[in-house]
Design a binder for this molecule. Structure first.
Ligand SMILES: Nc1nc2c(ncn2[C@@H]2O[C@H](COP(=O)(O)OP(=O)(O)OP(=O)(O)O)[C@@H](O)[C@H]2O)c(=O)[nH]1
Ligand SMILES: [Zn+2]
Length: 203
């Protein structure tokens, strides 16, 4: 996108699909073996399809969607923050392969171009659809916008509950992990960052 002039709509294609080749048949066989080894045989009629369901459920969680990040010329010369708050997302903790879910606040200070609003949510969902740690997910969303939008600044705040902490292990429910990533003026200028946090209801 950086080469485009202000009058040309730009469609940055964000590729979806699995990052590496998948063998769902082998995965289903292995899932059956895993459950059996755990003392949960899958030969009863009610659970015969469970290995396949488990594989499809996991595969769905780790398949990023494809989309086009459409941008438009910033004809009005809008220079203030564009902020999308409370974008729901779910991802998969790469340590336990259990879900973490919460909300994302994504904002940017426009330069010559503005991005289609829905694309901020698509971008969050895209990067969340793979095994992740929350810190990396936060950074990847912000870095993509920083690299592709030529914005004056980019900010991302994620707040999530990790089921590997709430349902098992330490078993603390209700606690949230909050992470943030800042680029450009939102990193350099406390006033801009404070405006983001206030408008997101976090200030
Ligand atoms: N930094 C970070 N840690 C995470 C994230 N998701 C899960 N974890 C942590 O990854 C760590 C893995 O620790 P281990 O000691 O290897 O695994 P464990 O024995 O299952 O640990 P417990 O969860 O404490 O029972 C745990 O502390 C998790 O809470 C994440 O997004 N970011
Ligand atoms: Zn975990």
């Amino acid at each position: 996108m950086p080469d485009a002039g202000p009058d040309t709509p730009v469609d940055a294609r964000v590729a979806g699909g699995p990052a590496t080749e998948r063998d769902l048949v082998a995965a289903e066989l292995a899932a059956g073996e895993l459950l059996t080894a755990l003392g949960l045989p899958v030969d009863a009629p009610s659970v015969r399809a469970t290995p396949g369901r488990l594989v499809r459920a996991l595969a769905e969680m780790i398949t990023p969607g494809e989309f086009t990040a459409t941008t438009f010329p910033n004809d009005e010369g809008y220079t203030e923050l564009v902020l999308q708050t409370g974008i729901p997302f779910r991802s998969l903790c790469e340590h336990h392969m259990l879900a973490f879910s919460g909300t994302a606040h994504v904002g940017y200070l426009p330069g010559e171009r503005i991005v289609g609003l829905s694309k901020l949510a698509r971008l969050v969902q895209h990067h969340a659809a793979r095994p992740q740690v929350q810190e990396r997910l936060t950074q990847q969303i912000g870095a993509w916008l920083d690299e592709n939008l030529n914005a004056r600044g980019v900010g991302v705040v994620l707040s999530a509950e990790h089921s590997c902490m709430s349902l098992r292990g330490v078993r603390v429910s209700g606690t949230r992990t909050v992470t943030s990533a800042w680029f450009g003026a939102l990193r350099e200028e406390p006033r801009e960052r404070d405006a983001f946090l206030t408008l997101a209801g976090l200030g």
